[in-house]
Design a protein around this ligand. Structure first.
Ligand code: ADP
Length: 434
């Protein structure tokens, strides 16, 4: 129910966000359209005013007299006799300026079917002037022929966008911050959800693991209290052994959890000594000998490092080796074959623990060193664990200024490689050797 609820909320907010983005885009587009309309209207008003002024000048009695004289002299009137190019230029400047249109524009008066320009300021933009949407017939001023006054505004769109820049920048800024905040919140939410699921799994596992030894040892203790057992030393020993064994199991479990919290909080728990890691590996393998034999596990043990003295905390480092070997056995259900090898460079020593087990898919490899992380059930074949082991391993290795990496292929096996440097800042001054 909770899972579904979160999913619905994410879906609902995502849809709302997409809605906001589209609404915003719609309004921006609409605003640009309105700005364009406003621009077109300003141009129409300015040009109409210029044409009116030219027409008024044409009706002036002294101008009419001049025209009459010209007609007598030349036999006909040209358009340049009626419209003075300089006057046209200054009137356009004045009227467009009045409408706050001060940026570059090109214009020209041309004959419609022939496309011949008779005056204007058009450079190489004749085609643009003819094809632009701003065309004004001047038939009311000059009749013979079909003449038009056309305009071309090259930076019109960028001007409109520029005029709206504050709103555009604000819109983009708010949209980006809204979307990134949403992505951040969702990622935190999903992370929290994953952590809470992992914690639940851990508590369930722990409860299960604790219940069995407690129940078994209390049953054994109850049996010891039965009067008919008092003189049966064999059974007394057997029950006492059960209690001790279960107690040790409990101790191990508690230790596993405590270890993590201790090293997480306090790096002073580490007692570094110059130690031969080969001796530590020998000790761990010796302690596992019985398990290896019982499980019919083949062990390939190759200590190839020619120098293996490293500053380590013996106990923690042995736990690390133990954890890796334990995992290699746990996650290799069929014909287990485990390899432990070492090698070294001038700077440090490498310890590799490999198996031919179930492997870990690429997607999970990124997470296995996280606290409480376990590969989801499909992959682990009912193997018991708490997801603490590799987190502990990584934390310990980091305290040694080393690194741990994993290479794995599902179905083929896994290899963990630890690197421990011979020299680190923290051990430079230390002189203890063992
Ligand atoms: P766990 O207690 O579950 O073993 P670990 O922290 O030791 O916890 O390991 C985390 C997860 O990494 C395990 O749940 C397991 O799925 C995977 N894993 C660790 N070692 C191996 C291995 N050698 N082969 C396959 N999977 C492994």
């Amino acid at each position: 129910m909770k899972k579904k609820f979160i999913r619905y909320i994410i879906l609902f907010v995502s849809i709302s966000l997409i809605g906001i983005v589209f609404t915003q885009l719609f309004w921006v587009k609409k605003s640009i359209y309105l700005k364009k309309e406003q621009f077109d209207n300003s141009i129409r008003i300015a040009i109409k005013s210029v044409l009116n002024q030219l027409q008024e000048r044409k009706s002036d009695s002294t101008f009419l007299l001049t025209l009459k004289k010209l007609r007598c002299r030349k036999g006909h009137i040209e358009i340049t006799d009626i419209i003075n190019p300089k006057l046209l230029d200054s009137l356009l400047k004045e009227e467009l300026g009045c409408m706050a249109i001060n940026h570059a524009y090109y214009y020209g008066i041309y004959n419609d079917p022939t496309g011949r320009f008779v005056m204007g300021h058009y450079h190489s933009f004749k085609k643009f002037v003819i094809n632009s949407p701003y065309q004004f017939s001047i038939s009311a001023i000059y009749r013979p022929g079909n003449y038009y006054l056309g305009f071309y505004f090259p930076g019109k769109t960028s001007l409109l966008v520029w005029q709206m820049k504050a709103w555009l920048i604000l819109s983009v800024f708010f949209l980006i911050s809204l979307i990134s905040s949403f992505i951040y919140v969702v990622s935190i939410l999903l992370k929290q959800k994953k952590i809470s699921e992992m914690k639940n799994d851990f508590i369930n596992n722990m409860t299960h693991e604790l219940k069995t030894p407690i129940a078994t040892s209390s049953l054994a203790a109850e049996m010891l209290l039965k009067p008919h057992i008092l003189y049966d030393t064999k059974r007394i020993t057997k029950y006492a052994e059960v209690i001790i064994y279960e107690n040790q199991r409990l101790e191990k479990l508690v230790e596993q959890v405590l270890q993590i919290s201790v090293i997480e909080k306090n790096s002073e728990t580490f007692k570094f000594k110059k130690t031969d890691v080969h001796i530590l590996l020998d000790t761990v393998i010796e302690s596992m000998e019985l398990r290896l034999k019982e499980g019919n596990i083949r062990l390939e043990y190759k200590l190839g490092a020619s120098y293996s003295m490293v500053w380590v905390d013996k106990i923690h480092m042995m736990n690390v080796f133990y954890n890796l070997m334990d995992n290699a056995i746990k996650y290799s259900p069929e014909n287990p074959k485990i390899a432990v090898e070492t090698s070294n460079t001038k700077q440090g020593v490498f310890i590799r623990v490999s198996d031919n087990g179930i492997g870990i898919s690429q997607g999970h490899q990124k997470h296995i060193f996280e606290n409480l992380y376990r590969v989801p059930k499909g992959n682990i074949h009912e193997v018991h664990g708490f997801g603490l082991g590799l987190y502990y391993v990584k934390t310990v290795i980091e305290h040694h200024k080393g690194t741990i990496t994993v290479k794995s292929e599902p179905g083929k096996g896994t290899q963990f490689e630890i690197y421990l440097p011979f020299k680190t800042e923290s051990n430079d001054n230390n002189t203890n050797e063992s």
